[in-house]
Design a protein around this ligand. Structure first.
Ligand SMILES: [Zn+2]
Length: 465
């Protein structure tokens, strides 16, 4: 498919300001980006590969007309989308999520993390089937697309079902290992992780896999050592929940004599990079390790607020030269998968924490949401808009009260933007969401009904246990 987006304003992290232009998509890639204001005959010729004379011959248009229309004749495209002067930008990268937890949205609210996990979440999850995961992941992907998310980093069981659900919906996913366990579970956990890595790493153009484990507090030391061995064997980065609560850090120090970050370093888990999800309670020494090892911080502000975990010191990370990306976390702790909310909170909470309205800027938040997220996930081709990059794009409606005046688009996106502004979401050159419709989902109501039935079945099971 060749698709032309025209009459748009384009934002990409490489440019300081959005610019008027158009984007041509061919297959799963961006073929070219045309800056409307600066477009000249030479650029047009360079970008289209056609000489002016040839163009005129082919289309019967004069050069001026050609430049106005930007293209070598409309028949070159399968579809031409008039963006109506709206904003075209790279999709958001959701760098930490548990999508299939959609069934637990609003199921066990208002509890502290450990009690929430042990008394509510783990017993409910124990009753999930593989088929459940497929249906629940579908629901999550629908919410991602409506929120302008084009890739998600999914940490949950049954990777096969996550991959299948995402592939069937045309959605890009990176799956994160999520093993945990005590001494007697080490063998099975390591086998699972290695098998999943070998199966799903570079599995499909839309599916990749990263080594990961749940957290320090849910894994015994020998399991962590075995995961280090895998990371050395594969030369692979490792991802985990890290330093999410004060209690987690204090108990880790009691058990191991060091913080979770220092323990990961000591065990060799950071040797090939990776990221820590949450990272709220870290020391100067932790930050020195993160910087030296190139470890990313993934911040999940809604979840941290709702579970009363705390506010991550993002300003300190940026000052220390540590890369930050953003995640929604799961819908059981957030409870939405709304990336606009996460972007707003990433900026706003820092202002409160540091008593400084300039602590984190909208430009920095957008860099985290797009470029840093892509790089954390190894998607170097999805970190911006340029010829040859992946066509993972969103079209944002600027003709809404909350986006006007439109002079300061980047501030609007972070401070007043909303999922209601997302008009279209494209992944790998395929339109997956447009004006409230999901072309690849036959019946959204059926997806909702299935999720409801799963929750009802599991609630009965947990109560009867
Ligand atoms: Zn999480």
């Amino acid at each position: 498919m060749r698709i032309r987006f025209y009459n748009s304003v384009i934002y990409t992290p490489e440019e300081t300001q959005p610019f008027p232009g158009e984007i041509w998509v061919n297959g799963d890639r961006i073929e070219c980006v045309l800056k409307t204001a600066e477009r000249s005959t030479e650029q047009l010729e360079e970008q289209t590969g056609c000489g002016t004379e040839q163009l005129e011959e082919q289309t019967g248009c004069g050069t001026e007309q050609l430049e106005e229309q930007t293209g070598c004749g409309t028949d070159r495209f399968d579809e031409q989308i008039d963006c109506g002067g709206n904003l075209l930008m790279p999709g958001f990268k959701n760098c930490h999520a548990h999508g299939p937890m959609t069934f637990l949205r609003s199921y066990a609210d208002d509890l502290p993390l450990q009690q929430w996990l042990n008394e509510k979440i783990f017993p409910a999850e124990a009753l999930l089937t593989e088929e459940d995961i497929y249906a629940l992941m579908q629901l999550a992907v629908m919410e991602y697309l409506k929120s302008g998310i084009t890739t998600s980093f999914e940490m949950y069981f049954y990777p096969e079902m996550i991959a299948r659900a995402c592939l069937d919906m045309g959605f890009r996913v990176v799956i994160c290992g999520t093993v945990l366990g005590k001494e007697d579970q080490v063998g099975e956990a390591v086998r699972t992780l290695a098998e999943d890595y070998e199966k799903f790493h570079e599995y499909h153009a839309l599916v990749d896999y990263r080594l990961g484990f749940h957290s320090e507090y849910s894994c015994c030391r020998s399991l962590l050592r075995e995961i280090t061995a895998l990371c050395r064997q594969y030369h692979a980065p490792v991802y985990m929940h890290n330093s999410e609560t004060k209690r987690e850090v204090l108990e880790c120090i009691e058990r191991n004599g060091v913080t979770p970050v220092a323990l990961m370093e000591k065990l060799g888990l950071f040797e090939y990079g990776g990221a820590g999800h949450h990272m709220i309670y870290t020391t100067d020494e932790d930050r020195e390790i993160l910087k030296r090892r190139g470890i990313y911080v993934v911040t999940n502000p809604s979840s941290n607020l709702k579970l009363a975990s705390g506010i991550a010191p993002i300003r300190d990370y940026l000052d220390a030269g540590i890369q930050v990306a953003i995640g929604t976390d799961g819908p059981a702790s957030n409870n939405s998968l709304n990336f606009f909310k996460e972007m707003y909170l990433t900026a706003a909470l820092q202002k409160v924490k540091y008593q400084d309205p300039a602590a984190v800027s909208p430009e920095q938040v957008l860099q985290m949401a797009v470029r840093n997220g892509a790089r954390l996930l190894g998607l170097m081709d999805a970190d911006g808009i340029a010829a040859g990059k992946l066509a993972d794009l969103v079209l944002i409606d600027l003709h809404r009260p909350n986006m006007q005046p439109s002079e300061h688009i980047m501030n609007n996106l972070v401070y007043s933007g909303s999922i209601d502004n997302v008009l279209l979401t494209m992944v790998g050159g395929q339109v997956l969401y447009r004006d409230g419709v999901y072309p690849l989902v036959t019946d959204p109501e059926q997806v909702y009904r299935r999720a409801n039935r799963i929750l009802q079945r599991i609630s009965r099971g947990v109560e009867g246990a």
